[in-house]
Design a protein around this ligand. Structure first.
Ligand code: SF4
Ligand code: SF4
Length: 56
């Protein structure tokens, strides 16, 4: 299952810079993960200061 970013996201952009497959982009007020591109590496969850990304 791909990772998803919850509404806790403060749109800092740190996760997008760490994603090895560029699956994360800026959405409407928060960042979003393209489920078809995500390889479930967990780097976004490790990087996020508020714990917003989680496996769906
Ligand atoms: Fe990118 Fe890995 Fe996060 Fe998926 S789990 S969005 S591949 S950093
Ligand atoms: Fe949002 Fe966390 Fe990504 Fe920052 S690192 S954009 S708070 S999900």
């Amino acid at each position: 299952m791909a990772y998803q970013i919850s509404d806790e996201c403060i749109a800092c952009g740190a996760c997008a810079a760490e994603c090895p497959v560029s699956a994360i982009s800026e959405g409407d007020g928060k960042y979003v993960i393209d489920a078809d591109t995500c390889i479930e590496c967990g780097a976004c969850a490790d990087t996020c200061p508020v714990g917003a990304p989680a496996q769906a």
